[in-house]
Design a protein around this ligand. Structure first.
Ligand SMILES: [Zn+2]
Length: 294
């Protein structure tokens, strides 16, 4: 009897120490394990963004990483079981966000595209627009106060930015006018801040009430840039968990230490794709869990 108990205790301790391959963190809000009703995966696509939202068999892809990692992204999406991208969103036309668009359009049926409407002359952007036109995919712009509703459980992406008229003469207007969205699924909330800048954040705080900004999880703006993620913004979002995307050896000095300090000041648990690989959030709208590759 005692032996069995000892064995059980040792197995339990081993599991605690070693985990079961993937790392899992439970955030208990009444329950210890969230049912997999909705998942959000911040994909490891190097120094770039690609975020997959899945619920009720529907797939929403926010950004598509760099063109260099487009094949990897397509393979990863196929591995996850994505057959159709129901909604594809380009937060802004920088190469680290739309680099994989052409590969996604080539490899998957895409139901609808939402774009920031910021036109650039880059070959990559022009090719993406041309493909969208050729394939006659419904194409629309997103602006603050728009809503994308999906699934039967009331899941919604509330658009907080950009606002009209678009910001001008900022450090980077393309970043400043990124599409910023807040995912709301029952009691679960996540802020998708794209490459928002301090100007974007200030504008959102001016236009929206605090309860429209506050989110349990924050996809950190602009790969941890110190020119985003202001103290006022982070205090308003007040995230329990912050997830950032960047590559280990990047030329921009990410992660910016000032931002990491600001995030720890608001008490956010920190994950990043460079150290953790894919970071997956599983939620049933009440509690959530975080699973990482590394
Ligand atoms: Zn970026």
């Amino acid at each position: 009897m005692k032996k069995n108990l000892l064995l059980l205790v040792s197995i339990f301790l081993c599991l605690l120490l070693v985990g079961c391959g993937n790392k899992t963190d439970n955030k208990a809000l009444g329950k210890t394990v969230a049912q997999e009703k909705m998942t959000v995966t911040v994909l490891d696509v190097g120094q770039a963004d690609a975020i997959l939202l899945q619920t009720e068999g529907k797939n929403i892809l926010v950004d598509s990483g760099l063109s260099d990692s487009a094949d990897k992204l397509v393979a990863e999406l196929k591995k996850i079981g994505v057959k159709k991208v129901d909604v594809l969103i380009a937060t802004h036309p920088h190469a680290d966000h739309i680099g994989g668009m052409n590969a996604v359009l080539k490899n998957f049926e895409v139901g609808k595209i939402y774009d920031s409407g910021q036109v650039t002359t880059s070959k990559m952007y022009q090719k993406y627009l041309k493909t969208v036109k050729e394939k006659k995919i419904p194409f629309a712009l997103l602006r603050a106060s728009d809503r994308i509703e999906f699934g039967s459980d009331g899941a919604v992406l509330e658009v907080l930015g950009p606002q009209e008229p678009l910001l001008k003469d900022t450090r980077s207007d393309l970043n400043a006018n990124s599409i910023v969205m807040r995912l709301v699924y029952k009691h679960f909330t996540m802020m998708l801040a794209a490459d928002a800048t301090s100007e974007t954040e200030a504008r959102i705080l001016q236009a929206f009430a605090k309860d429209k900004v506050r989110s349990q999880i924050l996809k950190v703006a602009h790969h941890t840039s110190k020119y985003s993620n202001t103290a006022a913004w982070l205090e308003a979002v007040n995230p329990e968990v912050a997830i950032a995307s960047y590559s280990k050896e990047n030329e921009y000095g990410f992660p910016h230490q000032v931002t990491l300090k600001r995030l720890s000041k608001v008490g956010a648990k920190y994950y990043n794709t460079a150290d953790n690989g894919n970071v997956k959030i599983i939620t049933d709208g009440e509690s959530y869990q975080i699973k990482t590759d590394k």
